[in-house]
Design a protein around this ligand. Structure first.
Ligand SMILES: [Zn+2]
Length: 255
C-alpha cells in the first residue's frame, strides 16, 4: 500500500531506502523501536493545547495629559486573540507602545494649531498615498502633514543657516514656507484655476488637509490629491534647490 501511495510499481526503491534508514539508526533508536514493536506504539502524553492568549494594550494609566488628537493609536486597538493577530496589528501595537509616552501628549499634526481644521474637517492621512502618487512624493507630504520638514526657524537652532526665508527674508516658519510666502501666489492661482475645472474651491485648508476619497467621486479625488501632493513637493524641492543655489527655484514652473 505504501508503495502505491508513493506512486511506485516495484518495491525495490523503498526497500533500499528502508535498508539505509536501518543502517543509520543508533543503538538507542534500535532499542526504542524494538520496545515499541514488542509493547505497542507509545502514546503521546495527553497535554492540552496552547491556552487562548489575548494581546492588546493595557488601559491608559499614565498621568501624562493625553492630547485630544493624539497620533497614538493605542486607544483604537482592541485586544484580539494572539493566534490570529495580523502582522500589521502586532507592528502597530509594538510601535505605539514603545513610543507611547512621546506620542500620547502630542497632536497628530502641527497644522491643528497653525491652521485649525474647520467643522467636519480633519487631516486625511489615507489620502496621502494612492496608486497615482509616487512613493517619494507621498513621503514628503506625509512628513509635511506631521510638520516634520525643515524650516529656517528650526534649522537655525543647529546650523549656521539664518532663520529667514531664502526667497523673501521673512522669518521662515512652517506656515510661511507652505502657505504665506509671496512666491507661492502664482502656484496657488494655478491650482485655483485647475480645481475650478473639477468644481472645487481651492483653499489653504484643502491644500494641507487634502480631500477625503469618497466612492462616487473617487477618480476626481485621487487626481486632485495627486495635484496637491505634487504642488507641495514642488514647494519643498524648490526651497531645497534655493538653499543649494540651484537654478530652477520657481515652484509653479517645477509643478
Ligand atoms: Zn518667503
Amino acid at each position: 500500500m505504501l508503495i502505491r501511495c508513493m506512486g511506485l510499481s516495484r518495491p525495490r526503491t523503498p526497500w533500499r531506502v528502508l535498508q539505509e534508514v536501518k543502517a543509520a539508526l543508533t543503538p538507542a533508536a534500535w532499542a526504542y523501536l524494538n520496545r515499541a514493536l514488542r509493547e505497542g506504539s507509545p502514546r503521546p502524553p495527553s497535554t492540552p493545547g496552547l491556552p487562548d492568549l489575548s494581546i492588546g494594550p493595557l488601559p491608559h494609566r499614565s498621568q501624562q495629559t493625553r492630547h485630544p488628537f493624539t497620533a497614538s493609536q493605542l486607544h483604537e486597538l482592541q485586544p484580539i486573540s494572539f493566534h490570529i493577530a495580523p502582522q500589521k496589528y502586532l507592528y502597530t501595537l509594538t510601535l505605539h507602545l514603545l513610543h507611547a509616552h512621546t506620542v500620547v501628549s502630542r497632536p497628530d499634526t502641527k497644522w491643528r494649531d497653525l491652521l485649525p481644521p474647520l467643522e467636519g474637517e480633519q487631516p486625511w492621512w489615507a489620502s496621502l498615498y494612492s496608486t497615482l502618487v509616487p512613493r517619494p512624493v507621498g513621503d514628503i507630504n506625509w512628513r509635511l502633514l506631521h510638520g516634520a520638514v525643515s524650516t529656517g526657524v528650526f534649522l537655525t537652532r543647529f546650523t549656521p543657516i539664518p532663520d529667514t526665508c531664502p526667497f523673501c527674508n521673512v522669518r521662515e516658519t512652517l506656515a510661511h514656507v507652505y502657505l504665506e510666502c509671496a512666491r507661492l501666489q502664482p502656484l496657488f492661482w494655478l491650482l485655483t484655476n485647475i480645481l475650478l475645472r473639477f468644481w472645487l474651491h481651492f483653499s489653504l485648508h484643502l491644500f494641507i488637509y487634502t480631500l477625503p476619497i469618497r466612492g462616487p467621486t473617487k477618480s476626481r479625488d485621487l487626481l486632485v490629491n495627486l495635484l496637491l501632493a505634487l504642488a507641495k513637493t514642488a514647494i519643498y524641492k524648490t526651497r531645497e534647490g534655493r538653499l543649494a543655489n540651484e537654478a530652477s527655484c520657481d515652484c509653479r514652473a517645477v509643478f
